[in-house]
Design a protein around this ligand. Structure first.
Ligand SMILES: NC(=O)c1ccc[n+]([C@@H]2O[C@H](COP(=O)([O-])OP(=O)(O)OC[C@H]3O[C@@H](n4cnc5c(N)ncnc54)[C@H](OP(=O)(O)O)[C@@H]3O)[C@@H](O)[C@H]2O)c1
Length: 288
């Protein structure tokens, strides 16, 4: 890693401290690993037990605290803030999030709310609390996991894509608001990545869920971590995803929605392999 945790802006004394949400698996776990390898102590949070993540990352010499809590709730976020206590947060990695497949009217509304409350409300509440402290001391790094899904109306994952459009936009706006404060805000925008995301979102019977060519979460995390340490505004993970985003910006929304249907409609996994070859595969936008 070219950059080192010691370059964290603000007056860091001793080992820097990173708060990483959604650190039990996937991209968040890999982001936490990069922080630990770079000299950060850690506060990890997720909804499931974090013991093995803590044990694994603790072997780097990092002090690792964990909070198992539902970050879709105010109480859950308050538990994280309580665990942080008075400690100075040098890096806040707001990564927790999940998807939700199937048609909107076929989804349970409690599940719909949970996506919005996790991906948007809980994420913003945590940032609101911890970024105020960063502003008071004049420094800190914030990395928010958005998605290339934010550039596409997500038929059969409509709520999720909407939350990521919100996050992608919010991150850029917050960065601008904080430009003279010493705080950097970076948005990591992955495309389909090989994590538990698709299973958890009930997307395994879809073409995007069954796709065997997803990116490695360690690679995606490395791209995001580097962008955060360099203070970049945003980064799309991977050349293929960069092309998808470039195409999405010049493609009518109705066409993007139709393309998304082909990827995320239940049952489209069966077509995988038969139809997804050559130029057609490249024409179909992909997200996660
Ligand atoms: N995989 C992709 O293709 C892809 C693409 C673009 C963006 N993303 C984004 O990347 C981020 C990480 O996802 P991932 O792909 O690494 O999937 P993952 O392996 O399922 O990891 C998601 C993490 O978020 C946590 N989480 C989700 N909802 C939570 C809640 N309400 N409270 C506490 N923790 C919660 C999960 O913990 P528990 O399981 O313990 O709840 C887990 O640690 C998400 O924001 C996702 O939207 C993923």
């Amino acid at each position: 890693m070219a950059t080192s945790a010691s370059t964290t802006p603000g007056k860091t004394v001793g080992r820097p401290y990173a708060v990483v949400t959604g650190a039990s698996s996937g991209i968040g776990f890999e982001l936490a690993r990069l922080c630990a390898n770079d000299g950060f102590d850690l506060m990890l949070s997720a909804d499931r037990p974090l013991d093995s993540a803590a044990q694994d990352l603790g072997s780097t010499g990092a002090r690792v605290d964990v909070v198992e809590t539902d970050l879709a709730t105010r109480e859950g976020v308050d538990a994280v803030i309580g665990e942080v206590g008075e400690r100075q947060v040098d890096a806040l990695i707001a990564n927790a999030g999940h998807g939700l497949g199937k048609g909107f009217l076929d989804q349970d509304f409690d599940d719909v709310e949970h996506v919005i409350d996790t991906n948007i409300t809980g994420t913003l509440y945590l940032i609101h609390e911890l970024a105020r402290r960063m502003r008071d001391r004049g420094g800190g790094r914030i990395l928010i996991t958005g998605s290339i899904a934010g550039f596409m109306p997500g038929s059969f994952q409509a709520v999720y894509n909407g939350t990521k459009a919100f996050i992608d936009s919010f991150a850029e706006a917050l960065r601008n608001e904080l430009k003279d404060t010493g705080i950097t805000v970076t948005c990591l925008m992955p495309g389909p990545t090989d994590t538990e995301f698709f299973e958890r979102a009930n997307l395994m019977d879809t073409k995007v869920g069954a796709d065997k060519h997803k990116m490695d979460p360690a690679e995606v995390a490395a791209i995001g971590y580097r962008a955060m340490m360099d203070g970049e505004a945003d980064v799309v993970a991977g050349i293929k995803n960069k092309l998808e985003v470039a195409m999405a910006k010049v493609t009518p929304a109705s066409l993007l929605a139709e393309q998304h249907r082909k990827l995320a409609e239940p049952g489209t996994a069966k077509a995988e392999g038969k139809k997804t070859t050559g130029s057609k595969a490249r024409r179909d936008g992909k997200d996660g």
